[in-house]
Design a protein around this ligand. Sequence first.
Ligand SMILES: Nc1ncnc2c1ncn2[C@@H]1O[C@H](COP(=O)(O)OP(=O)(O)O)[C@@H](O)[C@H]1O
Ligand SMILES: [Mg+2]
Length: 265
Amino acid sequence: MASADRLAEVADADAPIIEMRGIKKSFGQVVALDGVDLTLEEGEVLALVGDNGSGKSTLIKTLVGVHQPDAGTISIRGEERTITSPKVAREYGISTVYQDLALVDTLSVAANMFLGRTPTKRVGIVRQVDWAQMNERAEEILRTRLNIEVDTTKEVEFLSGGERQAIAIGRALVTDPDIVIMDEPMSALSTDSKSKVRELVRSLNDEGITVLLISHSLDEVFSLTDRVTVLDNGRLVGTVETDRVSKDDIVQMIVAGEMPAGADG
Ligand SMILES: Nc1ncnc2c1ncn2[C@@H]1O[C@H](COP(=O)(O)OP(=O)(O)O)[C@@H](O)[C@H]1O
Ligand SMILES: [Mg+2]
């Protein structure tokens, strides 16, 4: 490796894993994001919170290439990047678990996890889906990384809410990401399932995966995250360290759109 390259690597080692700056996005007359900054530090769990319609989903869709920003920049480890699709985001190590989970009920657990990237094997002159490999890898991800035992040949319609959530997270792990983004992963779950998902978030983070968690629940935010970024009406209110603020502070940031007194953000 040339020494200039090595210096570049050292310089990048200090850069946040993700840095979004001045992101703007409108849909027709609706200004969804009006110059938002978001920084994700390697290894942290960051909460992204704000009222309905404040721009949370739009911000992460801009990060993962579902939308292109009208203005602003996105850097990954200090390098400015254009992310044109979720596939490109995955190539940069960013995986997403969507709010609606986007599972296909009539397909098996393994088929859902490998949707769109099924492993194949050559049989004579044709390539066929390698079901054995798919089931084996799906089972391994669920068992070793998420600590869940399910029959990966079973259709997902027969699974509980918490199991479905785990499958959606398992699917995000298939590409071996450095960053997992979750858009309100627990909003539709029972209390039992929620505590399971909390465990999943913790175990991902223990493995060194950086997590960006969009959440409605302050309990979740306070039990899981290192920092909180608050949006209000498409604008950044600020980012605070979770253990230096109270729930009331966060509520004030969400509702009044102001930093709490004394916070230096
Ligand atoms: N695809 C879209 N087309 C038109 N308007 C949209 C679209 N996506 C989001 N919006 C609008 O952008 C604003 C922010 O929405 P969203 O990012 O979904 O907020 P949140 O996730 O915080 O609830 C809302 O006013 C919403 O109606
Ligand atoms: Mg949303």
